[in-house]
Design a protein around this ligand. Structure first.
Ligand code: FAD
Length: 484
């Protein structure tokens, strides 16, 4: 009699997951490789926990001791409630796995798994990738608070720019009091404090106190103030360990000749994820592109972020490397913005997301054509986007052999795009999920239940397969011959 695991392997799991561990997935990786299709290994387990458990874990890990103590204060109370409401981060998300923080030992375990994944990637091909999610590597409280700090600094700089715009510093002096001006001058003299202190080596150094970086400008008082009153010693250590785990992964990636793909996640974590990834790129992408960041083009700010980072890479002389996606958390982001009452960060409609994607892509393709120093993965199942990329590559004179423009699709999806691209010599990669049946199923079943668009994709694929089968029967070329 068939067991549940065997049945899953013959059906759903078998279609979308490569196997249980790094050994079991090897034949599939090699088979794809023979057709010119590489792999981005993506260990895909997700805990099977109830919504209540997820909410509890998230609240325990995202709210610091100091915040819990100040729950009585109005603004903290509001923030706490808002976070609680959206604390099951799986809601409406079908294209990505979700990690909830349990404890430091669990994060070490995730790191060990990622290391195995990196080694498997290095062992199975010369130019593999491994994907990582930062939320798997530590207490998300740090990403949340660091993001808040970065957003406040960004708002501060836009405020400064608006004050200085048009009528210059005179207007600024008229509007600000002397004390505030002195404070701005001090900031100017030191450079912008937070930003300068962020080089990767100082971040992971035990002597740097992370909470010292979590300061925000208070223009009214003319002072820098901590985001939160106090951090416990344990919280300090947890923040540091998250960064150190990332550093361990990068070093393993370099040793094994594997590129590290840092996935993008929710907007309340993403500024920190992007910033930390950028700091790693500044250090480790000097000779070649080792670390890839991810831009979500459904975000209204995507183009500004891409152009700012490309310009920085050009100025500082490191390799820009990025994956472009449309974004997996749209429904959750929209609902959260509406409920909490801030501006929806997502483009108003699908068409504007498409325009944003192609605008960001065109900018990076132009940069590659100009400097040969940037790299991009077009991670999309959208045929128009793939065709657009091929057309633009042709227009700006980029050939497939230069190995600067990659294509990415999920395993089991859009094979009608991936394999012809691979056979035509374009670097194309499948995100290859793997892991034990029981641990991958919670994520897979969520994906099946929630993503109606994804089922439409499968139908389209079936239609195309029938068409291809009929064509081959008619032309007498039924067996597929790989181009070697
Ligand atoms: C290899 C690979 C890696 C990925 N990595 C990540 C990652 O790190 N982080 C991440 O967030 N996602 C990631 N994704 C998922 C990705 O963001 C998309 O959700 C998914 O690929 C569908 O987009 P598409 O371009 O393939 O297809 P399409 O069907 O053309 O686009 C669907 C997407 O368009 C956007 N959209 C749809 N309707 C609207 C609307 N009304 N208004 C605005 N925008 C709209 C949404 O982003 C939606 O997911 C990855 C996907 C792939 C293939």
């Amino acid at each position: 009699m068939l067991t549940f695991d065997q049945l899953m392997k013959m059906t759903f799991y078998g279609q979308f997951v490569a196997g249980e561990d790094h050994l079991a997935i090897r034949p599939l990786i090699q088979k794809n490789q023979a057709f010119g299709v590489g792999s981005v290994l993506d260990y895909s387990v997700e805990e099977d926990i109830s919504q209540e458990e997820a909410e509890q874990k998230e609240m325990d890990s995202c709210v610091s001791a100091a915040e819990k103590e100040s729950i009585g204060e109005d603004h903290r109370e509001k923030k706490y409630k808002a976070h609680k409401q959206f604390s099951d981060r799986r809601g409406g998300v079908t294209g990505a796995r979700t990690y909830f923080y349990a404890d430091e030992a669990k994060c070490d375990q995730h790191m060990e798994t990622f290391i195995k994944c990196i080694k498997a990637s290095g062992g199975s091909s010369m130019d593999g990738f491994s994907a990582i999610k930062m939320t798997a590597l530590g207490r998300p409280q740090f990403l949340l608070q660091f993001s808040e700090v970065l957003v406040k600094w960004r708002q501060f700089f836009s405020f400064l720019a608006s004050q200085q715009g048009g009528d210059g510093t005179e207007a600024l002096e008229q509007r600000l009091e002397l004390k505030q001006l002195q404070f701005l001058t001090t900031l100017g003299a030191k450079g912008d404090l937070t930003i300068d202190m962020l080089d990767w080596n100082s971040l992971i150094d035990d002597r740097t106190k992370i909470s010292d970086l979590l300061v925000v400008p208070n223009v009214e008082l003319g002072e820098l103030e901590p985001l939160l009153k106090a951090f416990t010693e344990e919280e300090e250590k947890q923040m540091k360990r998250m960064l150190q785990r990332m550093d361990v992964l990068v070093k393993h990636a370099i040793e094994n000749g594997v590129r590290l793909m840092v996935d993008a996640e929710q907007t309340y974590f993403q500024p920190a994820i992007s910033r930390l990834t950028l700091e790693m790129q500044r250090l480790y992408n000097k000779d070649k592109p080792v670390i890839f960041t991810t831009y979500q083009c459904y975000l209204q700010e995507a183009y500004d972020n891409v152009t700012m980072d490309v310009e920085l890479s050009r100025r500082e002389g490191w390799h820009f490397a990025a994956k472009l996606v449309r974004g997996a958390y749209m429904y959750q982001e929209r609902e959260r913005a509406k409920d909490i009452g801030y501006e929806d960060p997502i483009n108003p409609d699908y068409e504007s997301t498409n325009i944003m994607y192609h605008r960001c892509l065109d900018y990076v393709l132009d940069e590659i054509a100009l400097t040969r120093n940037a790299n991009v993965m077009v991670a999309s199942h959208n045929e128009d986007t793939v065709k657009h990329t091929l057309r633009r590559m042709n227009e700006v004179g980029l050939s497939a052999r230069e190995n600067k423009v990659y294509f990415g699709q999920l395993l089991g999806m859009c094979d009608q795009i991936s394999f012809p691209l691979g056979q035509a010599g374009f670097p194309v990669y499948k995100y290859v999920p793997y892991g034990p049946v029981s641990e991958v199923m919670p994520y897979l079943s969520r994906r099946a239940q929630e993503n109606r668009g994804f089922m439409k994709g499968a139908l389209k694929e079936r239609e195309l397969l029938w068409k291809e089968l009929k064509r081959r029967l008619a032309s007498g070329e039924l067996l597929h011959r790989p181009v070697l």
